[in-house]
Design a protein around this ligand. Structure first.
Ligand SMILES: Cc1cc2nc3c(=O)[nH]c(=O)nc-3n(C[C@H](O)[C@H](O)[C@H](O)COP(=O)(O)OP(=O)(O)OC[C@H]3O[C@@H](n4cnc5c(N)ncnc54)[C@H](O)[C@@H]3O)c2cc1C
Length: 132
């Protein structure tokens, strides 16, 4: 069975988990033995707590800028299934032509957070939200 760590989600929880795993891996001297992969649909971490600001450019942080230097691999896509007994997640890249791939894990961090859901209220299409 694979020992590697897979983190699903590139929000605060996923990023923190990946960074903490990388730190622990280095402290234990396992840098060559253990790989850490973060799976997220976007190449950016969004500093969500600042999504109310007028200028959103600084709120979007390239995940690779954070993950690259600490030796965490990034895989772009959605996790669409978790095979718990088989210790693997299925990752879809999103494009219809791409075949979903299986990614084995030894440890899994599920940090898929939450997403804005707009209720079916007449006229809501013109409303702003602070989450995107
Ligand atoms: C305007 C605003 C202000 C806030 N202010 C505060 C504050 O002052 N203090 C505070 O404590 N909190 C605050 N919050 C809440 C805080 O931002 C959230 O609690 C926090 O961002 C949640 O982080 P998370 O990583 O759990 O989830 P999310 O930020 O939701 O991240 C989830 C990640 O998982 C990814 N993902 C989802 N599904 C899949 C899948 N199937 N496969 C792969 N990836 C997937 C998403 O793309 C995303 O990258 C605020 C929120 C908002 C919107």
């Amino acid at each position: 069975m694979a020992q590697d760590i897979v983190v699903v989600g590139g929000g605060f929880a996923g990023l923190w988990a990946a960074a903490a795993s990388a730190r622990a891996r280095d402290e234990l001297g396992l840098s060559d033995a253990l790989s850490i992969t973060l799976v997220a649909p976007s190449p950016f971490h969004v500093i969500r707590v600042r999504c109310y600001e007028a200028d959103l450019a600084p709120v979007r942080v390239p995940l690779d800028d954070v993950l690259g230097p600490i030796g965490v691999r990034r895989l772009q896509g959605h996790v669409i299934a978790i095979d718990v007994p088989g210790h693997a997640v299925t990752v879809s890249g999103g494009s219809p032509s791409e075949v979903p791939r299986s990614l084995p894990y030894g440890g899994l961090v599920l940090a898929t957070g939450s997403a804005l859901r707009r209720p079916a209220v007449p006229g809501i299409d013109g409303a702003f939200d602070v989450d995107t």
